[in-house]
Design a protein around this ligand. Structure first.
Ligand SMILES: [Zn+2]
Ligand SMILES: [Zn+2]
Length: 400
């Protein structure tokens, strides 16, 4: 098995952090903690595990966080022992090439996506009766055993490699999707999960910040689920505007963001020097960027009793003024990856819903994959994402 992994040794990470302050070339140098490693093909550790040969894998912002060593020393992840080695690549489609004798729902030759990626009870090799409350319910991404040692000794691998091993419950069969649809299931699921965390009401004014992969599909799902809501988009890159509109955005905000928010919502903008506040802003904001001072600003762009769904993130400490939260009775909801959803009164996994919508052709899936590289050229792909030319949405690595 040949696979790309992140070795979170503090010394390596520190070197890249220091060097990259001088030159972006540092990310691609030999000292990078992201390395290709070869292992003997691991044995399946239990009878319900399978081996998957990767076909292609998308590069996620979280993969880039590893590559750029962007995690600050104060994030809540850091004390977890399991965060020291991470196999990269979860937006992946592959083919089942070996199955354990107790595998029930998959067969050799099935096309599969990786549904569960973050450390959870199942991936750590726990028995069903040892699962935490979150994993029992199907909310694997919120696993309470995240920090526990894994019972699986083998290097499992992931999507950025030739193959990986997984318990069958980690995977979703997608035989009837194309490879390009299948590789988009995971990022689409992230956007759907964010929208289902707080579904807009029919006449809500909704702001989506950022029209990258996640923001674009927040637009697509919000409009699909609630066609009557009005969606505004804040995105500096003009190359993304037409696609955002195609996916359901009603208006693109331009100019000074505070003035634009006030105009769009008929809110009142008050200013004293740099301190600006709007009364009467958006009903709902999906922040799909989450960088810099944005959190401080989004709190001031919401209407009283409005809801911020925070999907975008930065892995460093941030400063913000908390006044609007309590004064305006705001609701702040975090959204990460996917899990168990309630939709139309039924409970389903986010992945299942996306797959069904794709099969019914309810979703636009064309236009998201903008660049493709061979797996061996991963550095070129990561370099492109760091440079982030204006036409970039999803970059895919071909693994077979
Ligand atoms: Zn992802
Ligand atoms: Zn768990």
């Amino acid at each position: 098995m040949k696979t790309l992994l992140f070795e979170g040794k503090i010394s390596k990470v520190a070197i890249i952090k220091v060097l990259s302050a001088f030159s972006k070339k540092a990310y691609h140098c030999k000292l990078s903690p992201v390395v290709f490693k070869k292992f003997p093909d691991p044995k399946l550790p239990a009878s319900n595990w399978v081996r998957v040969k990767n076909i292609q894998t998308g590069i996620c912002g979280s993969d880039m966080t590893f590559y750029r060593c962007a995690q600050g020393p104060s994030t809540a992840f850091l004390p977890m022992p399991c965060s020291e080695v991470t196999f990269l690549g979860h937006e992946t489609v592959g083919e089942v090439v070996e199955i354990g004798k107790d595998v029930k729902n998959l067969k050799i030759g099935d096309k599969v996506c990786m549904q569960k990626y973050m450390a959870s009870c199942e991936l750590k090799g726990f028995k069903t009766n040892e699962f935490c409350d979150m994993c029992k319910k199907g909310n694997y991404s919120d696993c309470e055993n995240y920090g526990m040692a894994s019972k699986v000794q083998e290097p499992v691998g992931a999507g950025m490699g030739d193959s990986y091993i997984a318990p069958e419950g980690q995977l979703l069969e997608v035989n009837d999707l194309t490879n390009d649809e299948a590789v988009l299931v995971e990022p689409f699921a992230v956007s759907l999960h964010a929208v289902l965390k707080h579904v807009p009401k029919p006449n809500d004014k909704v702001l989506v910040i950022g029209a990258g992969m996640i923001g674009l599909n927040v637009i697509q799902f919000a409009k699909l689920l609630v066609p009557e809501c009005k969606i505004y988009v804040m995105e500096n890159n003009p190359n993304k505007h037409a696609f955002a509109k195609k996916l359901g955005a009603d208006e693109i905000l331009s100019g000074d963001p505070y003035q634009a928010v006030a105009r769009a919502t008929n809110g009142k903008l008050y200013e004293k020097g740099n301190n600006r506040m709007i009364l009467g802003g958006f009903d709902v904001i999906y922040d799909c960027v989450g960088k810099g001072t944005l959190f401080n600003d989004t709190l001031r762009w919401l209407k009283a009793q409005g809801t911020l769904v925070k999907v975008g993130y930065q892995m460093t400490k941030t400063k913000f003024d908390e006044t609007p939260i309590w004064w305006q009775g705001l609701r702040i909801i975090g959204a990460d990856s996917h899990g168990l959803e309630t939709i139309n009164g039924k409970q389903k996994q986010t992945f299942e819903i996306v797959k069904e919508m794709m099969l019914k052709k309810q979703l636009i899936t064309e236009g998201f994959i903008t660049h493709r590289f061979a797996l061996d050229d991963y550095k070129k792909a990561f370099k492109l994402l760091i440079e982030n030319p204006r036409d970039t949405i999803k970059v895919v690595l071909k693994c077979d």
